[in-house]
Design a protein around this ligand. Structure first.
Ligand SMILES: Nc1ncnc2c1ncn2[C@@H]1O[C@H](COP(=O)(O)OP(=O)(O)OP(=O)(O)O)[C@@H](O)[C@H]1O
Length: 245
């Protein structure tokens, strides 16, 4: 067994996953460095969501290994994996999944309270994150009274608020319009960089991938290439890339 490289916060080796007997991942290996924003690209059905679900411990691969900070995730029992996900990982779905009975700040504060924060401290932090995402005025509204784009901003605030070690974002801007998309992505990436949050971002959108440090591409469940991007010149993004296989 190869050791996990020291500067990788997440490391996966030779992942094989099948859905109902059909291969979804066939031998995918990758490392994610601490503080890195890694885009996982590829067309629809190429295995991006499946890879994120394996890396985050939601799905146990049929074969292969997943390590988080030198701890094996693939051999953990369900309760330990659930605790790892609750305490160290964040997740953003393409479609926001909020609790309908809770308002926006309560939804955002929930992961903080689950980690032991007092209600007052969690409310203050939640409201600050909603302000950063330009939806401070929606703090008392329930999801049913919000637009889809506002709900997704709440989901992003909820994922960022606990400053997870790794944030998994599966097509996080899918329900947003172009202008909204850029703002939410900039907030997400700048918050991740300033809080040292590692991000693994599944996307088939090249504009979204351009905000990442590196892109790993999948095709039919296999890794096909890695795009290394030059250091950030502007605060908002990157303009060029080089390709290595
Ligand atoms: N729960 C499931 N049951 C059966 N097949 C599945 C399931 N989830 C994914 N698949 C199949 O596995 C393959 C990889 O799917 P996956 O969702 O990981 O790809 P993706 O790149 O994230 O696609 P998309 O961009 O459409 O979300 C696809 O062929 C998909 O149809």
């Amino acid at each position: 067994m190869l050791p996990q490289p020291d500067d990788d916060v997440l490391w996966a080796r030779a992942l094989h996953v099948e859905h109902n007997g059909t291969p979804a991942l066939s031998g995918v290996s990758l490392g994610v460095r601490e503080g890195e924003i890694l885009a996982v690209g590829g067309p629809r059905g190429s295995g991006k969501t499946t890879l994120l679900r394996c890396l985050s411990g939601q799905l146990v691969p049929r074969e292969g290994e997943v390590w988080f900070n030198s701890t094996p995730v693939h051999t953990m029992g369900p309760l330990t994996r659930e605790r790892l996900r609750r305490d160290r990982f964040g997740w953003i779905d393409p479609v926001p999944t909020l609790i309908p009975e809770l308002n926006a700040w309560e939804n955002t504060a929930l992961p903080l309270m689950l980690r032991g924060w007092t209600r007052r401290a969690a409310k203050t932090a939640a409201r600050e994150w909603l302000e950063r995402l330009d939806i401070g005025g929606c703090a008392r509204k329930r999801p049913g009274a919000l637009l889809q784009s506002e709900r997704q901003r709440v989901a992003v605030a909820r994922a960022l608020a606990p400053a997870p070690a790794v944030l998994f974002a599966d097509e996080p801007t899918a329900p947003l319009h172009r202008a909204d998309r850029a703002h939410v992505l900039r907030t997400l990436t700048s918050a991740a960089r300033s809080h040292g949050i590692t991000v693994v971002l599944a996307t088939h959108d090249p504009d979204t991938a351009a905000l990442a440090d590196r892109t790993v591409s999948l095709l039919d469940g296999r890794r096909v290439n890695t795009v290394h991007l030059p250091p950030v010149v502007e605060a908002e993004g990157r303009t060029a890339c080089s390709l290595s296989v």
